[in-house]
Design a protein around this ligand. Structure first.
Ligand code: PBG
Length: 292
């Protein structure tokens, strides 16, 4: 779920029909609806009003993501796992997932310090589970150490381990008003490299990840199966914005049966080995599944 700072009403995202940038009120309502439908948890993404090079809004207790987290933990924290995206890209004015070095490259180790600060902010806001989606090397170990040192030993870490530099993130960039020029190929994985996805999952598990992620889902089902077989923690898969947009667009044209296609896509992700799926259809799919 996307929550936008400083708005009174939800705003549609044109490339993701049915998904919105929430206001605080509509976010609360949507979270209650998700809980009632039987969804297991919600992942929150903030869309800040102001951005800067360091992504200062990310670890500000009054930044939109931390404010929204407190509100949701208060509203639905007993019914849902409240999860937060831990990445700087929504908060930086250059749109990268980390801070930049003087030469314009993403500075891995300087970014880890920002991530630890962001993790503490999210843990203090009450987030149950931090979604480490930035793909910096060593992020799981650094954040686990930083949280434990401040007593947040029960805050769970979801390591985005096998996160590939995908063309299918396109609609998400609209969803968060991304400022990115260029690409993320220096820190996300090369889609042609299957083994590196497995290796990253093993590294994240060794660093203390409670769960590891494979992302995108549908174009990486082989990686998902292999990661499931390789690690001993839960494996989740993220059915990303482009996967959502493709099915919605085809269904809107009458080219496929929407409900059947959505359910088949989720089924295939489960079949490949996902213990849980992040999907923009979560509330609707949960409703369908409970109908039987
Ligand atoms: C990084 C992040 C991204 C997505 C989730 N977390 C953007 C990216 O890596 O470019 C994309 C998710 C989607 O496409 O649905 N904060």
């Amino acid at each position: 779920m996307f929550v936008r700072e400083g708005v009174n009403e939800a705003a549609p995202i044109s490339s993701m029909p049915g998904v919105v940038q929430h206001s605080m009120d509509s976010l609360r309502r949507a979270a209650v609806e998700a809980a009632e439908a039987g969804v297991g948890g919600v992942m929150l993404f903030g869309v800040p009003a102001v951005r800067d090079a360091a992504g200062s809004g990310a670890d500000d207790p009054n930044g939109i993501l931390n404010v929204a987290t407190r509100a949701l933990v208060d509203e639905v924290g007993d019914a849902l796992v409240v999860q937060t995206d831990l990445c700087l890209d929504e908060f930086t004015d250059h749109g990268h997932c980390g801070v930049l070095a003087a030469d314009g490259s993403v500075d891995n180790d300087a970014t880890l310090e920002r991530y630890v600060s962001m993790a503490l902010g999210q843990a203090r806001a009450g987030s149950h589970l931090l979604g480490l989606s930035g793909m910096m090397d060593g992020q799981v170990a650094a954040i686990r150490r930083g949280l434990d040192a401040e007593g947040f030993t029960d805050t769970l870490l979801l390591g985005y381990a096998a996160k590939y530099a995908s063309a299918f993130y396109g609609p998400f960039r609209e969803a968060v008003d991304s400022q990115l020029q260029g690409d993320r190929r220096t820190y996300q994985l090369d889609p042609g490299n299957r083994r590196e996805g497995i290796r990253e999952a093993l590294i994240d598990e060794a660093e203390g990840a409670d769960i590891v992620m494979v992302k995108p889902a549908m174009s990486f089902l082989d990686v998902l199966r292999e990661v499931r077989d390789a690690v001993h923690v839960p494996v989740w898969a993220y059915q990303i914005s482009g996967e959502y947009a493709m099915i919605e667009a085809a269904a809107a044209n009458g080219w496929i049966d929407r409900r059947a296609a959505v359910l088949e896509s989720l089924l295939s992700i489960r079949r490949a080995g996902a213990d849980a799926v992040l999907t923009y259809w979560a509330t609707e799919a949960a409703t369908w599944l409970h109908e039987g």
